[in-house]
Design a protein around this ligand. Structure first.
Ligand code: 9MR
Length: 584
């Protein structure tokens, strides 16, 4: 990947969105300075001053570990490239103003998924010759491919200190679990993380498309991509006649971690189906029900298959409500990620919501209303949205998909209230991002968590029509494109100083110059206060949250790429691409 033109220059003290702004949507930036009183700022382009004003001192920002002011520039109407903000003797990286700046990102962020495909060759037509690679995990692969994968033998590779994490489980069936997407920088395929990602791509076809006009070509590409993953998820379902029939295998993955680089077709590790989980079943129930609804007009037969699988998975999850995926990270070398979860009320809410919206059946409505995440319950679906906490996905669908649900107006009001709460959080953040975890400790995948908050703002904007929600989304996205403590754009190929060494076994250019970097439109997980890997802990451990990041391929705890972080990037980019052509 080309480093941006200014990438090697020192990070300017004016931190701005390096990609740019939409005409008429307010512009803001952040100045790092010790000044105690307001300082003048100017918006410049080609030697002309287009606007000027005084900064707002914001004091010390503990999440950034910096003393900062904000620059509230307001809406800019002139369009073009080469805008800069000047303040306190510093000049920001240049940025553009234009209505269509984010349409290419929507396409790139979605193409990331195609490049993550397993079981199919990636031809040069997908993203150019650099990104072409042979099919991974097919019959010719070192370990025979994902077309016939057996259940993990009892006691093998899941035992620690004499304790089998799967309680002696194994089974005799062998499944074709080919296809789907590789999750991240590894070769594992995990149902719950594929689930949230495919839900957000389906949501792009559904509620994002009802909010703004989607860029040309995006809908067809989205349908193609969700079919690819949904087909794989169907193959992960436990067949009739086996123990736990109707539940879904939690993951298929390698027995041991492989080194970097290891291209998918070179993976020498044995692969196994891991024990089914109730969480995986509820994920399949939710996304297969949603997929049946969204794809029904285009492919009735596939939709029928999806809905049948969704019902079967839901019923199996009712029969076996507590088969939890364990934390396999307690093993010395687990070979795949855990995606462990012991709290499934949110998955149950999501699955009931999607099945109700698709079928209209009372039995799902009864379950929905009895769930603690529903209106009047004691749990907040918007508290966190990530692979482990998915109630917001159900809540957004209930708010945005037309249905006869009597309490739909209250559900919509609750979505708007959640967005309003994010606007309040954002106002308190000098870098303009609506993400403020307790004690200023950023979580694993903080960029993904921020992106998910931005999707809530986007979903609410479609209900409220209130430009405050649109503007909050646009401002919050600026953090990802460079308005942050490090002055980095966390999206490869976008912005002056973009990150491009994310942890991946095949986009491993940092260690092998013949390999490509991650493709344009790949978001990094971003700052993680825990710095769990040796590279990030050695380089930035213990620093303020926003500084707990390093663009190094070894820094898997702060700099990985994943399907569940790129999916909300697709939604956010699509919302920004269409922000000036709303549907209401
Ligand atoms: O994104 C996941 C994060 O929320 C967890 O805290 C972490 C540890 O369990 O795992 C992350 O997911 C990784 C997965 O286990 C394996 N593939 C790469 C994922 C991103 O780092």
């Amino acid at each position: 990947m080309r480093p941006g033109p200014g990438a090697s220059a020192p990070v300017p003290r004016v931190r701005a969105n390096q990609v740019g702004h939409l005409p008429g949507v307010p512009v803001a930036a952040t100045l790092v300075t010790d000044a105690r009183t307001p300082v003048p700022w100017r918006l410049e382009r080609a030697g002309r001053t287009l606007a000027q004003g005084l900064s707002t001192p914001r004091g010390h920002d503990p999440s950034a570990g910096l003393d900062v002011h904000t620059l509230e520039v307001g809406p800019v109407t002139e369009v073009g490239e080469g805008f800069t903000l000047v303040a306190d003797g510093a000049t920001s990286d240049p940025f553009a103003v234009g209505a269509h700046l984010y349409a290419p990102l929507a396409a790139d962020a979605l193409r990331f998924f195609h490049l993550q495909r397993s079981g199919t060759p990636i031809g040069p037509e997908v993203a150019g010759p650099r990104y072409a690679r042979p099919a991974g995990h097919v019959v010719s692969s070192p370990h025979g491919g994902d077309t016939h994968v057996a259940c993990l033998p009892a006691g093998r590779a899941a035992t620690r200190d004499g304790v089998d994490l799967y309680d002696g489980w194994t089974d005799t069936h062998v499944l074709d679990v080919s296809g789907g997407w590789y999750d991240a920088g590894d070769h594992g395929k995990y149902v719950v993380n594929g689930g949230i990602a495919v839900a957000q791509l389906l949501g792009t076809l559904e509620w994002v498309a009802a909010t703004v006009e989607l860029p040309a070509g995006l809908e067809d590409a989205l349908r193609d991509e969700v079919r690819w993953e949904l087909g794989w998820m169907l193959r992960m379902q436990v067949p009739a006649g086996s123990r736990f029939a109707g539940l879904v295998h939690h993951k298929v993955g390698d027995e041991r971690w492989t080194p970097i680089p290891t291209l998918p077709h070179q993976d020498p590790q044995p692969r196994w189906l891991h024990r089914p989980s109730t969480a995986a079943a509820l994920n399949l129930a939710a996304v297969a029900a949603q997929g049946a609804r969204v794809l029904g007009d285009h492919d009735a037969a596939f939709a029928g298959q999806l809905l049948a699988a969704a019902r079967t998975a839901y019923d199996a999850a009712l029969r076996t409500p507590d088969l939890y995926a364990p934390d396999t990270n307690v093993l010395e070398n687990p070979g795949s990620g855990p995606y462990d979860d012991v709290d499934l009320d949110d998955e149950r809410y999501w699955a009931a919501a999607e099945l109700y919206l698709t079928t209209g059946e009372g039995r799902y409505l009864v379950d929905l209303r009895a769930n603690p995440f529903h209106l009047g319950g004691d749990r907040d679906p918007f508290a966190v949205l990530d692979w482990q906490r998915v109630a917001a996905l159900g809540r957004i669908s209930l708010a945005r998909v037309p249905s006869p649900l009597p309490e739909a107006p209250d559900v919509r009001a609750a979505l708007v209230a959640a967005a309003d709460a994010l606007v309040v959080i954002q106002a308190d953040q000098p870098f303009g991002h609506p993400y403020a975890p307790a004690d200023d400790r950023y979580d694993w995948g903080s960029n993904g968590l921020l992106l998910n908050h931005l999707t809530v703002l986007g979903a609410a904007w479609g209900v409220s029509g209130d430009v405050r929600h649109r503007d909050a989304l646009a401002e919050g996205a600026g953090y990802l494109f460079g308005r942050n403590a490090l002055g980095l754009s966390y999206v490869t190929g976008y912005g002056t100083r973009d990150v491009h060494r994310q942890h991946s076994r095949w986009y491993a250019q940092q260690v092998d110059p013949t390999l490509p970097p991650p493709p344009p439109g790949t978001v990094s997980g971003g700052p993680n206060s825990a710095t769990p890997d040796p590279v990030s802990s050695g380089a930035v451990g213990g620093r303020p949250a926003q500084q707990c990041y390093v663009d190094d391929i070894g820094a898997w705890g702060v700099n990985e790429l994943t399907v569940n972080w790129n999916a909300p990037l697709v939604q956010v980019a699509a919302l920004l691409a269409g922000a000036l052509t709303p549907r209401r």
